[in-house]
Design a protein around this ligand. Structure first.
Ligand code: 0O2
Length: 222
């Protein structure tokens, strides 16, 4: 076994510390966005007795996955280049019950003073050709470190339960077949995407009808 000299070891230790510090900022970024969403969620529940957010999940890409994506996108393998070249190192996924809730939460989050919106991809208004629907917002949120505030880029994906159901199955399918997906499964997924979209429309309509319904006043003792 070869022994690393002390110079190499200290270089490696410094690199490891640099990488953990780099990824740590993204963990703080997703925590900030998650807190903002939890505040909205709790306020809605308390004030309106209604919860527009079904679930929130967060993740920070592993170093391996960051390097793999950087290589795939032709981004230089240097932390500064990766920082500006990749937008989804930090990811938050918000699942809402209805499409109207998606737009409402997007508006309430992105209009906050400390949030800077860099890009919005509305795949709900304009679904991808395979039927993928979701609304993606790439934003920057400040995290307050000992050396001062730093802007951290976070990708927030908003979707309904039906969109999420479809996207997870589609993702699993492509992962399993490694892009060689049989045509009948592609057709099935297209059909399922239409069904999910139809379900969202129907649920939205029923939801509005139930919400706006005023029960007739009950008369007692007659
Ligand atoms: P993961 O593991 O979910 O993070 P990008 O490749 O992100 O730089 P792109 O493709 O323009 O550029 O970004 P887009 O369209 O906003 O998609 C980014 C993420 O959205 C993907 O991340 C997926 O999470 C999701 N997504 C986009 N299109 C599809 C789709 O057709 N099906 C499914 N299931 N998910 C989709 P990653 O990095 O691919 O994967």
């Amino acid at each position: 076994m070869e022994h690393a000299d002390s110079g190499t070891l200290s270089d490696l230790t410094a690199l490891r510390d640099q990488v953990s510090k780099f990824l740590m900022r993204y963990r703080f970024g997703v925590a900030e966005v998650e807190t903002k969403l939890n505040i909205l969620r709790e306020e809605f529940s308390l004030v309106d007795g209604y919860n527009p957010i079904e679930s929130i999940s967060v993740r920070v890409k592993t170093l391996e996955s960051v390097l793999e994506k950087a290589a795939r996108k032709g981004v230089e393998l240097d932390l500064d280049a990766i920082k500006s070249g990749l937008s989804d190192i930090a990811g938050v996924r918000v699942i809402c019950s209805f499409v109207s809730d998606v737009y409402r939460i997007v508006e309430l989050l992105t209009s906050q003073d400390d949030i800077t919106v860099l890009e919005v991809k509305d795949y709900i208004a304009n679904p991808k050709p395979n039927g993928y629907r979701s609304l993606h917002v790439i934003l920057e949120v400040p995290v307050f470190l000992s050396g001062g505030p730093e802007q951290v880029r976070v990708e927030v994906q908003f979707r309904t339960i039906a969109m999420d159901f479809w996207a997870s199955l589609e993702h699993k399918t492509y992962y399993k077949y490694d892009t060689q997906v049989p045509q009948h499964l592609i057709d099935g997924l297209t059909e399922a995407a239409d069904a999910a979209s139809h379900l969202d429309e129907t649920m939205e309509r029923l939801h509005h009808e139930v919400r706006d319904y005023a029960p007739p006043e009950r008369t007692i003792g007659v």
